[in-house]
Design a protein around this ligand. Structure first.
Ligand SMILES: Nc1nc2c(ncn2[C@@H]2O[C@H](COP(=O)(O)OP(=O)(O)OP(=O)(O)O)[C@@H](O)[C@H]2O)c(=O)[nH]1
Length: 289
């Protein structure tokens, strides 16, 4: 899904989410494990206010495990509950349910002390486009044959997916807008496929990605494209890839469009191994809360 976000859309998304928030005990903020900061919504905490939040780093199967560990440490140090999952392949349910129970322990103990009946935790997924919200929802839903039931909502009856005896999920995830301001964030979203390649120039995206790979994963580049390892001149690297792969036009010139396409496709399809494009130290200090 590609949405062009305008202020009107953002206000509407925010309003809809805030209505649904009243129905849930906890929010699952789904982030792309390869770019946790870039894939976060800039106003998340302002929107959910004091609602308990579990950060779920999704797509952990294709992120660099060493970097993911750094992100786990980063969030834990801030006292922010966080888990990693892989919404496509892995059974994430136990992980999510256990983490939610831990976060809400006190709230549910208080309810019990008041004599209220035990009840399932109610949750909703929030995230920017492409982080895997639908994949996770479908995965959680099919385990229990997507039992849905109406419960009076604020604006309309909400559909609930009974995930476990102890957990119910709102069937429609909340879609939030990505960050727009920082160039680096835009490139990260483009490289990982969260925004359409056409929004930014493809050559700029590739040069950004190549820079990052040269700085952080030079050996992967050398191995994948059988390169010499001379990385001073990026255009020369593109030439080398083109020549090694035989992407040549008449006259022997390198067909850069082909090189761009292959590089981007192979980065996204893990042909260069599991990559992450962001470290906790990349977060601007002004954003540190
Ligand atoms: N490797 C991997 N791919 C994933 C994972 N979760 C989702 N994907 C892929 O990521 C892409 C986007 O997933 P969606 O579930 O459509 O993402 P979404 O957040 O619902 O996207 P919107 O509908 O645009 O808001 C799809 O191609 C999924 O197959 C994961 O854990 N690992």
């Amino acid at each position: 899904m590609t949405v062009q976000w305008f202020p009107g859309h953002m206000a509407k998304a925010r309003r809809q989410i805030q209505e649904k928030l009243q129905l849930v005990d906890i929010v699952y903020e789904l982030l792309d494990a390869r770019i946790p900061y870039s894939s976060s919504n800039p106003m998340m905490n302002e929107i959910i206010k004091h609602k308990p939040k579990l950060i779920i780093l999704n797509k952990a199967d294709i992120a660099d495990p060493n970097v993911t560990q750094q992100w786990l440490n980063y969030f834990k140090q801030k006292g922010q509950p966080v888990i990693t999952i892989d919404a496509l392949h892995q059974n994430a349910i136990k992980h999510i349910t256990e983490a939610s129970k831990e976060i809400l322990k006190e709230k549910f103990e208080k309810e019990k002390a008041k004599g209220l009946r035990p009840r399932p935790i109610r949750a909703m997924i929030l995230g920017i486009p492409n982080v895997g919200k639908s994949t996770l929802t479908n995965n959680l839903a099919k385990r229990k044959a997507a039992q849905t039931g109406d419960r009076p909502g604020v604006t309309k009856a909400q559909q609930w997916i009974k995930v476990e005896k102890e957990l119910e999920l709102l069937d429609t995830p909340g879609v939030l807008w990505p960050k727009f301001e920082e160039k680096r964030v835009g490139y990260n979203l483009a490289v990982t496929g969260a925004i359409k390649d056409t929004i930014l120039h493809l050559d700029d995206i590739i040069l950004y990605a190549l820079d990052y790979l040269i700085a952080h994963y030079p050996d992967r580049l050398v191995e994948r494209y059988n390169l010499s390892g001379q990385f001073e001149d990026k255009v020369a690297v593109l030439d080398e890839i083109g020549q090694k792969r035989g992407f040549l036009q008449s006259g022997g010139y390198v067909d850069y469009d082909k090189v761009y396409e292959i590089l981007l496709r192979e980065i996204r399809s893990v042909k260069l191994g599991r990559l992450s494009f962001e470290l906790p130290s990349d977060i601007p200090t002004s954003e540190e809360k």
